[in-house]
Structure formats: C-alpha cells, structure tokens
Design a protein around this ligand. Sequence first.
Ligand code: B3K
Ligand code: ZN
Length: 880
Amino acid sequence: MSDLDNLEQVVEKNPQEKYLSDYRPSDYTVATIDLEFDLYDTQTSIKAVSQIQRVANKPVPLFLFGEDLTLVSILVNNQNHTDYELVEGGLVLNDLPDTFTLEINTKVDPAENKAFEGLYKSGDAFCTQCEAEGFRRITYYLDRPDILAKFSTKVIADKGLYPFLLSNGNQVDQGDLENGRHFVSWVDPFPKPAYLFALVAGDFDCLEDNYITKSGRDVKLALYVDKGNLDKTKHAMLSLKNSMQWDEQRFNLEYDLDIYMIVAVDFFNMGAMENKGLNIFNSKFVLANSQSATDQDYLGIEAVIGHEYFHNWTGNRITCRDWFQLSLKEGLTVFRDQEFSSDLGSRSVNRIANVMTMRDHQFAEDAGPMSHPIRPESVMEMNNFYTLTVYEKGSEVIRMLHTLLGEEKFQQGMQLYVERHDGQAVTCDDFVAAMQDASGIDLTLFKRWYSQSGTPQVFVTDHYDQASQTYQLTFKQKTAPTADQSKKLPLHIPIDIELLDSNGNAITLSEGKTNRVLSLTQKEQTFVFENVSAQPVPCLFRSFSAPVKYQYAYSDEQLLDIMSFASDEFSRWDAGQTLFSKYLVNNVKALQLGKPLSLPSIFIDGFKSVLVSENLDPALVSDMFTFTSETGARELFDVVDIEAIHEAREFMLQEIATQLNELFVDTYLRHQQLKAYEPNIEDIAKRKLKNLALAFIARVDKELANDYVLSQIASCNNMTDHLGALSAANSGLLACREEVMQAFDDKWFDNGLVMDKWFALQASMPSADVLEHIEALFEHRSFDFNNPNRLRSLVGVFAQNNAYHFHNINGAGYAFLTDQIIKLNSQNPQVASRLITPLIQFKRLDKKRIELIKSQLNRLLALPDLAVDLYEKVTKALAQ
Ligand code: B3K
Ligand code: ZN
C-alpha cells in the first residue's frame, strides 16, 4: 500500500484490517539513517538524520509512522520544516524536494515503557525491541520491512552506569564527554529494515571468544549478561559457535560482520531477537549451569541461539517485503533450527517434540477464530501473527519442500535463493520460485499451502489382491472450512510410506528402497504397489511428512507391529499415540454412556514391551509414554467434554502406572545418578526416562515415590533431577510436596529464572484449590507482575497446561485470566494477547462454558481502551 493509504488506515477510529492485496511499494526510499541517542531514564533524546529520495513519479506527501513520541523538531535540508501534520499513528510531511536530508528530533520515556517495544529499560539496562513495528516508538520513520537503509548509531550515556554502549554493526568510534558521560559510535555496513535495529546500554559481565569462519575471517563473539552470571554463559557460547559451524557445513552460509554480540535481558516479551550483529535475548535462553538449568533449558538455549543466528541469512540479509511474508523468514529459520538440533542431537526425539507442538497447539489455532494461512491475508495487529501457524506450520511447509526435493536439490534451491535475493526484501513466492527453478520440480500446486489455512484430513483405505499380488492405497483429502476461509481446495501432500510384511520386515518398493514418497495432489487418489506377496501393514506419513490429520482403520495388532518394527522411530511413537487415542475416545464414550472404563491387555502388553526393550533410546521410550495432553486430545472430538477427557485420560495413565509399576521401579533404579553432570544426549535421555518413571511411580506407590523424591533431591547434582523429583511430588501430590517446594523456594527465591520452574509447578498442581494458591502467589517475594517470564510461568501455565482446573465449570479460571488480561491491557498488550489463547479457542466446548467465556470476552470488549492486539482476538472469538 502507498504511504498515504497507510495514513488513511491509521486515522480510522476502530482498528482496521490491513490486506496483503493492498501492498504497494513506498513512494520514498531511505538510503541512510544516522541516529544519535542521548540516554536518560525518563527523557531520552533521539536525533535521526536520513537521506531520503522520492521514487513516486510526482510529488506526494511523505507519511512516517510514529507512536508515543514527543516531537521536538523537523529539519529538511537543515532548514526548519513547518509544513507537516501530526496524525494518529504518525506524521505527514508536505512540500518536500525530490531528494533531501531529513532531521527529526524526538524524545521518549524508556522508564515508563512497560510494553517492552521500542526503547525501554530492562532492570538497570536500556534495550530495544523493534520487530515488528517498534522502531516507530523511537523516531518517525518509514517503518516497513521493504525500506532498507544503512544505519549508523551514536549512543551517549553516563559512563559509570552504562559502561557498555552497543548497537548494530562494527564499532567505529568512542570517547569521553562532559559530566561523566561517554559515547560509542557504530556503523552497520549492511542495509537493513528498521525492525532489525538494536541498541543496548548497561553494565554487564562479558564472555568473549572468537570464531574463524570457513574463509578464514576472525569474528569476535561477545556475550553480555547481568553481573554475577558469567558462570552461566558457557553453553550459550558453545551453541553459538556450533551454529556458525553448522550453517557453513550444511547451508554453506558464513557470518559477515567482524563481531557478533548477544545480550541477555530479564524483561523481554518473547524468546529472542535477531537484530543485525546484536541479538537481544530473554535471559531464559542464555543462562545455564548444571545447578540452575534443566536439560530442556540447555536444549532450548541451543535451539534459540541457533535460530537467531540462522536469521542472519534467512531474515536479515534476505528479508521480508511486507509482514504478510513473515513465514518467509520464520518458517524457514525454524526449519533450519530444527535441522540444527536434529543434526547435533536425536533426530527422532526432535521430530516427536515438534509434532507434539503441532498437534497439541497448532491444530487448535488452525481450527480456532484466529485461523490463518502461513502467509496471512489480513492483519490488524502484526504482533498477533507471530503464531504457531507462521512459525511451526511454516516450518512444516519448508520440510515438505525438503521431502519433495531431497537434500541436494533443496540446497541448490537455497543457493539460488541467496544468489538472487541477497540484500533484498522479498516474498514467499520468490522463495518457492528459487526452489522450483533450481530443482525443475513443478511447485505450482504446492504453493497453495501458503494461501490455504486449516488442517487437512487424509482418509486412507487399502485393498490387497492376492491373485495379482497388488496392493492399493487410496487417499482422500478434505480440509474443513475455517474461521477465515470457507472454501478449501486440494493440496499437494507428500506421503512418505513404508509397508511391513507379516514378519515386520519392510518391503522393497522401488530403486531398492523400502520407503516411497507419494504425491497426493487430487481430492482422491489411488496408488498401486506390485509384487506384494501378502497383505502388508502400511506405515503412513513417516516422520510426519505433512502437517495433516490422518485416519486409517488400524487394528490394535497392526499398531503394535508398527510400534515394534517400523524403521522410522517417529512412526513407532506415532503408532503408540494412535493406540492411546483410540482407547481415549472409547473411554470418553463409555463415560458418557455410563459404562465402565477399560484398557485391554494387548494395550498394556504393547507398552510393556517398549519399557523392557533393551535397544531403544531411553528418550524415545520416555516419549512413547508421553501421551497427548488433555488440550491436544480435544482434536479427537467434535464436542469437547472437559470432564470426560480428563477422567478417561487419568484412568488410562493410572492403569498404565498400576500394571507396569514394577517395571517403572526397575527403570527408575536402572537409570540412577550419573557421575558429573553433562548435557549430552545420552545422559539427557537417561535422566528423561528416569524422571518419567518416577512420575508414574508417584501415581500408584506414594510412599515409595516419596522416598525416591527425597533421596533424589538430597543426592542429585543438577537441576534436571531436582526438578524431576519436585515435579513428581507435585503431580502425585506426595506427602513431601510442601516440604520440598518450600526448600526449593528458600534456596532459589532470588533467581527469577529458576523460580519460574517453581511457579510453573504451582500452576500445574492437580488440585481443586490450585487457583487460590496461584492468587496467593501473586504476593510471593519472587513474583513480579511486570516480568513476562513470571507471568507466563504462573498465569500462562495454569491456563494452558492445567486445562481441567482452568476450565472448572464454576467459571473462576476464566474470570481470573480475564482479570489479569485487563491489568495487562494498557501496560503490555502483547503479552496479554498471548495469554488470551485458551479463552478464544472455545468453539467445541459445551454450551455452559461457552457462555461463561463469552461473558468474560464481553467484559474485555467493554473496556474503553482495549488494545488492538486484544480487540482483534476478542472480536474474532465472539464472531464464532
Ligand atoms: N523475530 C523475533 C520475533 C519478533 C516478535 C515480535 N512480536 C524472534 C524470532 O522469531 O527469531
Ligand atoms: Zn525467528
């Protein structure tokens, strides 16, 4: 859209949708912008000098975005410029030359900024967050991702309080000033959109290192953390070096500046931000040592450090033309970080974790009121579209391309993409075109994944003909209408399959291979396999080769065969999940009909053989016993019965725990304390299985579990085992629960990140009075309502992970969450808008709950100053 169209939209009274189809290139370009920050807590002055050129073929006003700014002065070519108008959402400049120097002076109040967008204070440090549209809270600017300019930044601040003054690019100057102040100047040689701008000022401990790139360039690496945290930086630095090396080896992509900096801050709305040369991280994804961080924290740090580093090419060097293209950088970068984690760790375990996220959360998003394709077509508040769909499903779409092309052609496609578009702001279509041109594979139909929302369902039937020795598989695809789109068309769905013979051996299909990737492109399609000597068991969607739901009428025996014999570990896990889901559905029905619950011995025996098997990765065994959550289980039903799902699932887990108790005890004892703590995948796997076993024991043998918990806490040398014990005490409501929770609190109360784990346990306590506990914890010495991490641990975990109690039919959970959202609305709408998710995905709940939720949403809608982030979600939810 043109700059003026933007203006028309922002001056509208009610928040308006913006449309992808309205995209127009800007009337003006910016070649350079030189920024100068004079930092003070409540009154920071910002001077921005840009070289601007009109590209429109006739004179037009220039609209610059700006929010919450105090305008001091505007100069055009060094002359005071008075022909301007301040409007809602920005500034309109009239009567401009074709090419000019624009100087804008503004003031902002970082200390008051609790939305953590733009320039704000995290503790004692100044920092910024500009993606998606935060730069407009720093100065009036063409804050859109297709405006690429060269940035230079001079930062001035008190030298004693802020010895480190950081920004993007390379440091070019520094010096002392009057009144105890000093300055540092930075130049970033790579043109970039404003969302990648960053500034940090503070007093830190710094871990320095270096990395020699493949072509021999020496890059300085610097990790800045709050004072006293240097002992928690080793893993982040190692992860960064591993990321740099992996990107060179697998994608042939090398780092481009002389320095790579990461700063960890405590107040951050999301995980981390890939600002050019100066990543800013939520400290949760940097700080770790054996005492304070779990294995999952270590893995999370590796993944997020990798993700932000990989953005340097997929996001920064090649960026998005407009925000509708967000998945261009996010889907692709998630794919890259998933591959990184899989190459360094266990591919199957990573795949299972990613699929759990898709099934437990993304499918619900696709079926909810905010449903959108991975490339959305309309948006009110861009921050609302940093979603599981854009990120995780976006990554699944890239993964399907990878499956269809194979690694070699995929990499050729990547190379062509980089050659063609380095230094540009491009679209998802540009990416797919590079993949198509490099591979020679027609991706016309495949592109529909970018524009169609919803989770496709694939129904599979088969037919074996003994006489002709042929086996047929027939696939029918269907995507149900979604909130945003009523008409759905067939998609190009890659289906990776394997056929098992009666001995559990995989049948050779073609070219000596035992798997084959089928391309389902029509509504219904049949594939024929020759020379099949007996009815096989089909393993479908190996490695989850497409983000779909699929159904095939498996018998229990067939599922057990797949669990034991499939060559793909993901398929083994998935067969176990399917078996669990089948009996979950049966038991929910039984409950609804007042019939007794049951679990057949074939089920228990199948899982027993997993637990006793000697050659399975312990992490995989643990995953086999990690069944769909109550939230994920809702996907199995048209009408969700909160109580029945909870009761049926609990019954099944209790049965498994009871019948396999001896084996769980044995498993627990076999995986006792390893020597020195090391976060390597073998040890992580053992700890994971041991703590899973403990949680099962805590369901049935409370006394024994109590002993185990106490001795594990007394003897362990790492947070994973400490938390594993605590978690079993909490979920099993063991006698020692109070005592061990209190001891943990006494030990860690002044470490917010560690206390987040404790708050999360409190919030997931399976007890009817959990909400009263949570409310009391708002007064806890370690709780801080302004800190997004604390809020997510206590409020977010309760609403998302303690579904049964959150959805209590008395409506208290809904009212509680709404109260918190109201408090956050004016202060940090971005975090409020994340927390609201469980309140908007209500369509399949029962009538009573829907009414209760709607009345809470109406409370929000009645707020006089409801933030656009929330307005977008609440109105869409109520329109369901
Ligand atoms: N690009 C950032 C996310 C920004 C979110 C803005 N609301 C982190 C990431 O995806 O790497
Ligand atoms: Zn990202």
